[in-house]
Design a protein around this ligand. Sequence first.
Ligand code: ADP
Ligand code: MG
Length: 313
Amino acid sequence: MALSEFALIERFFSRLGASRADVALGVGDDCALLAPASGEQLAVSIDTLVEGVHFLAGTDPAALGHKALAVGLSDLAACGARPAWATLALTLPAVDARWLEGFAEGFGALAQRHGMALVGGDTTRGPLAVSVQVHGLVPAGSALRRDGARPGDRLYVSGSLGDAGLALRQRLAGKVPDEDLARRLDRPDPRVALGLALRGIASAAIDLSDGLASDLGHLLARSGVGATVELEHLPRSAGVAATGDWSLPLSAGDDYELCFSVPPGRLADLTKSMADLDVTVHAVGRVEAGEGIRWRLPDGGQLRPDGGWEHFR
Ligand code: ADP
Ligand code: MG
């Protein structure tokens, strides 16, 4: 890109987020130099958001900056990692100072809130796309993983499910979702503090990006177990419940809540450690031997994935 464009990148992205003592060298050189403390493992994840695929054309740049980082923070949360550093690859159709300023504001505010520093990136010209790599720190051996669920563990979901899907559905129908609902789609609040609190308590965890049906399926498959979920215990907002549509909480996705399993002997610790958090967790079912998920309806019947919600995918 041209020199003035580099000047813009320098202006907006050279000191974004928190300043951290473990960043020996940040934006501006060929590499960032980072100094993790000994005894810590690095948790790394990358996600890409493409215009027209992951977000609507014309999305507010500050909301996009927030969300591009939030999806990565949600992965760190699911691993029980403390956010540390991010890198940002931006593909832009044109260099627009006002757009960059908005994007940097949304990204920077969320990074700051989680003590995270932007330490490098790449900027290219092309159809609008944003990739963010996040790096978190976790004491060696204590990360939450997908593969530790065992028969008899209780299954939990944080927050509520289906709100982002409902907001998107309303928008696509030309309606304006109310402010709280729109926020769930545009500015998800990754459950970082919950993930940290679950270290040593949860036997397995995953974040809900694609919807509970598919993401819980991944956790169970990695753990070599199955589960029964009581649909009446799924946390749903009044608006989502009013639709009566199970596809919203089960497969619309974009929830960025955590789903996790807790062994019976850890339930008292869970209750204790949830007391200070600003998100509630809900027991929704039980891990069982075997494979697959049984979705129990409030009337005792069973919801069949092939006959119901998959048509909405
Ligand atoms: P190189 O050509 O050596 O890969 P670049 O010229 O692409 O380096 O980038 C110069 C510096 O600016 C590097 O430190 C890089 O990490 C940083 N950088 C470029 N684009 C971004 C961005 N979108 N966000 C954060 N840092 C960026
Ligand atoms: Mg270089």
